[in-house]
Design a protein around this ligand. Structure first.
Ligand code: FE2
Ligand code: FE2
Length: 136
């Protein structure tokens, strides 16, 4: 079963950003499935690497839109992205150092929580701003 399911209530009203969120969710589900199937950390390193890379790409895409449209909460939002980037890189490092299945499951629970919470609280706050600037 999927760890996370994208639902309409997660829509931030901008197609490219919704697509990013769906992609991140898909990657997390893939990683979770791999862990549950007992695949080794080594076998899953590429999935983790793609997740790290896509997370950074997505944060950069949001931040570019903030800069383009003069989003007032940009600094606080970017600080959240930076914190998340540090956490996910730290997690990648521990994963590459062979952390146990139990820790990996905890890590997945952490990823799930931050992604859904970030989308539903922080990302949702830019929805009306970006839509008002003609970005959908
Ligand atoms: Fe986002
Ligand atoms: Fe964000």
């Amino acid at each position: 079963m999927d760890l996370i399911t994208w639902t309409e209530e997660m829509s931030v009203g901008v197609k490219a950003l919704d697509d990013d969120h769906k992609m991140l969710i898909e990657m997390m589900n893939k990683l979770n499935d791999g862990i549950l199937a007992g695949q080794s950390n080594l076998a899953l390193e590429d999935v983790v690497e793609s997740l790290v890379r896509y997370t950074r790409l997505h944060f950069a895409r949001e931040e570019r839109l903030f800069a383009q449209t003069g989003y007032p909460s940009s600094a606080a939002h970017k600080a959240e992205h930076d914190l998340m980037t540090r956490r996910i890189l730290n997690l990648q490092m521990r994963f590459e150092n062979g952390q146990s299945l139990e820790l990996s499951m905890k890590a997945m629970a952490f990823l799930k929580n931050w992604l859904t919470h970030h989308i539903l609280s922080s990302d949702m706050q830019y929805k009306s701003h970006l839509n008002a600037k003609g970005i959908h």
